[in-house]
Design a protein around this ligand. Structure first.
Ligand code: PLP
Ligand code: COI
Length: 357
């Protein structure tokens, strides 16, 4: 067990009304911090008032980007209790990401305890309005105060909390997505399967181009052949083609999404055929043209289930399911959010109460 000291804020804030939350811009009263050095290992686990960090301007993270993060949510149930969704999976992925970046791993139990404890301290920041939750952002970065490239010997693990509403400003309305044919995000052997900040920085230019054309996000193609569908900026993608749900296989360059896996497990439990495989842009566009493409949607913690109403490829736009929310996306959304907010029984054992003691 970690010994976590708690210093409470003397200036507690208050939860804004649900319609003012947006995504990721309001923060709770406290945060969790823990330091690492080769000599001391992980030490000084603490919960302190949310506020600025003091770091050397030479800190590794600012120059060489040794940083990884996670994203999960705490949900308010009708009986007032608070629960998390598959948090252990996030901690496993955090460590898989850390390992790729040469960052020290955080023992899974300690990382879970950190998340549970800080959520518990700020449990009054878990909003209750429909569709809202407390977004939990664990992150881990190198603080070595030197410009020399000599590996990572000092680090910080932190957890901040952000009461949030819908990720997309237009809620669950279908999004417009552009297939990106110039920039690439990741290659096999690279960092695509990790949640490292650099992956998102590498996406900025294409995202800006897509936004300027009115699209919500880009759909990445593989970085080598530029032929196969990978994922969207903040979500994995699924396509219902002739009754089968097809999703890109985990080839190393895309994030192994926890929502993706949960959806696959639910679909298979319902008897819906699912294929995890290579899907070329050409096959997808052909399916859109012929009408075989029945639905398209993204999956992610922030995005939940996000229907895709339009795909654009090489300047040509294809409407999916008349820009309506399809039955598969709707059922996945209802079942997944039903479990997350405790409205439905949890046959999979995925939810985890934050007990409040
Ligand atoms: N792909 C990317 C690039 C993401 O940032 C996310 C969000 O975390 C996902 C996929 C979905 O992953 P998860 O379902 O674990 O949130
Ligand atoms: C999440 O869904 O948790 C994410 O990390 C999305 C974020 C990149 C906006």
């Amino acid at each position: 067990m970690l010994q976590i000291s708690v210093t409470k804020t003397t200036h507690p804030g208050s939860l804004p009304p649900a319609d003012k939350l947006g995504f990721g811009s309001v923060f709770s009263d406290h945060m969790f911090l823990m330091d690492y050095s080769d000599a001391k290992g992980w030490h000084d686990a603490r919960i302190v008032p949310f506020g600025p960090l003091s770091l050397s301007p030479a800190a590794n993270v600012f120059h060489y980007a040794a940083e990884v993060f996670e994203g999960l949510k705490a949900y308010r149930c009708a009986d007032g209790s608070v629960q998390l969704f598959r948090p252990r999976e996030n901690m496993k992925r955090l460590n898989a990401s850390a390992q790729r970046m040469g960052l020290p791993s955080v023992p899974e139990e300690d990382a879970l305890q950190a998340v549970m404890t800080v959520v518990d301290v700020d449990r009054n920041w878990v909003p209750a309005a429909p569709g809202t939750s407390l977004y939990v952002r664990p992150f881990l970065f190198a603080t070595d105060p030197t410009l020399s490239l000599h590996g990572v010997h000092e680090a910080v693990f932190a957890v901040i909390l952000s009461p949030s509403g819908s990720y997309y400003a237009h809620g669950m309305n279908p999004v417009r997505i552009m297939l990106e044919t110039d920039d690439v995000r990741a290659v096999r052997g690279g960092t695509g399967y990790t949640k490292c900040g650099g992956n998102y920085a590498a996406s900025n230019r294409a995202d800006a181009h897509a936004a300027a054309k009115g699209f919500d996000q880009v759909l990445w193609l593989d970085g080598v052949e530029r032929k196969y569908i990978e994922e969207v900026g903040a979500m994995n993608v699924m396509f219902k083609i002739n009754g089968t749900v097809v999703t890109p296989a985990l080839t190393g360059s895309i994030l192994p999404g926890i929502t993706r896996r949960s959806c696959i497990e639910m679909l298979r439990a319902w008897g819906v055929p699912v294929e995890e495989r290579l899907l070329s842009a050409e096959e997808l566009i052909q399916a859109a043209r012929s009408g075989a493409l029945e639905e398209a949607f993204g999956t992610g913690t922030a995005a939940v289930i996000s229907p895709i109403g339009e795909l654009s490829f090489k300047g040509q736009s294809y409407t999916v399911n008349d820009r309506a929310i399809g039955p598969t996306a709707q059922k996945l959304y209802d079942e997944l959010t039903g479990l997350q907010w405790g409205r439905r029984p949890d046959p999979f054992g995925w939810v985890c109460k934050v007990d409040g003691n």
